[in-house]
Write a protein that binds this ligand. Structure first.
Ligand code: GUN
Length: 280
């Protein structure tokens, strides 16, 4: 039986620690403020944005909501970002992705000041991470590191295999594991002998985006398995990239879906908002 890594419990711990920190800051006259921008009314985005606002409320972070119509032009959005970049009362700026097709996502990401880039998506933030300088770190991979550390799992010297090379998860995940002194391999769609490479892993982080793709044949006995995927299976039940029923009996530790990595993303976004006072 694998140790179950409980993202609900760990994310609550982090949020409670942040709540205390925010209360202390308030006593000393510092208020933290996050601006959340949503363009259009994509249903999934509205749910994510709603959850971010709720987390801000719980922790005591002020949130400014900008709900812009689908027809908002790129220039209008850039103007708003510019205004928020120059507003000293705003610590963090988040533009919920995806933006409508007529808006260039890369341009929007680059327009957010790296000093307020709480998503950690700006090229400056990504570059700072890769050379070990202070900056915001993408929330999901930062959450995975917290899951490992707070579950007592050592990273230094371990064989870490990351499946997936996206800018938001795979690449920053590998940089963070390297920063923690892991020996890191990144696998992707062109990797040869994927199974053999995965079976070397002491820590296997799966972000492939394919439901239940990783079964026990990819996993070394006793390995720590972190599942970043989230999907609906054939019975409309939530599942991850890992076939939990197959892998759990042989893993040393494993994250469930839901309730593993998922809740950590917002907790780390809140952490980035609080950290923003040190990145000024
Ligand atoms: N859309 C889905 N996930 C995210 C996220 O973490 N940040 C932003 N800005 N948009 C998203």
């Amino acid at each position: 039986m694998a140790q179950l890594i409980d993202g609900k419990v760990i994310s609550k711990q982090i949020k409670d620690e942040l709540k205390e920190k925010v209360a202390e800051l308030k006593e000393n006259g510092t208020e933290i403020c996050l601006a959340v921008i949503q363009v259009g009314n994509d249903t999934a985005s509205s749910v994510y944005v709603g959850n971010k606002k709720k987390a801000c409320e719980y922790i005591g972070i002020k949130s400014l909501a900008y709900e812009l119509p689908e027809e908002t032009t790129e220039a209008e959005l850039l103007n708003l970002i510019d205004k928020l970049n120059h507003d000293d009362a705003v610590n963090g700026i988040l533009v919920q992705l995806p933006v409508p097709e007529h808006i260039d996502e890369d341009k929007i990401i680059k327009a957010i000041s790296p000093l307020k880039d709480v998503d950690g998506f700006h090229p400056m933030s990504v570059g700072a991470l890769s050379i070990g300088q202070p900056g915001f770190v993408s929330c999901t991979p930062a959450g995975v590191i917290q899951l490992l550390k707070r579950s007592g799992i050592e990273i230094a010297g371990k064989e870490c295999v990351v499946i997936g090379r996206s800018n938001i998860v795979g690449k920053p995940m590998s940089m963070l594991l390297l920063r923690e002194n892991g020996t890191v391999t990144i696998c992707h769609s062109r990797t040869k002998n994927l199974k053999e490479v995965c079976r070397r892993a002491d820590i296997l982080v799966v972000a492939v985006g394919k439901p239940k793709m990783i079964d026990a044949s990819y996993v070394k006995e006793g390995a720590v398995v972190i599942d970043v995927g989230i999907h609906r299976d054939e019975n409309n039940k939530l599942c991850g990239d890992v076939d939990f029923a197959s892998v759990e009996p042989i893993a040393g530790a494993i994250t469930p879906v839901p309730g593993g990595v998922g809740p950590m993303t917002i907790a780390m976004l809140m952490n980035n908002c609080v950290e923003s006072i040190n990145i000024r």
